[in-house]
Design a binder for this molecule. Structure first.
Ligand SMILES: [Zn+2]
Length: 90
């Protein structure tokens, strides 16, 4: 066994664990705090005014990247199934 395949087999299980934990997080905690406003959703201006955060539209929440992928996959799955159903009824 050469060193590359040994390294790959050693790193496979931790990478699988990290991926599984990230997917679990994306399913049960889909939102994270906005990085621009740090989850506050607004900025305080110079003269005591409040400006809403443009990145999160004032909610202070951002959808995780993995959750966006999950949503896109679900949308694609539903569209394909709807297309198949329409095709079958014809
Ligand atoms: Zn924000």
């Amino acid at each position: 066994m050469d060193i590359l395949s040994a390294l790959a087999s050693i790193l496979f299980v931790p990478a699988l664990l990290v991926t599984a934990c990230y997917l679990f997080t994306c399913v049960f905690w889909p939102f994270k705090a906005c990085r621009v406003c740090r989850g506050h959703g607004q900025f305080y201006g110079l003269f005591r005014g409040i400006r809403l955060c443009g990145a999160c539209d004032g909610t202070g929440l951002r959808l995780r990247f993995g959750r966006r992928l999950i949503n896109a996959a679900g949308r694609l799955y539903r569209e394909l199934n709807a297309a198949n159903r329409n095709h079958r009824n014809r």
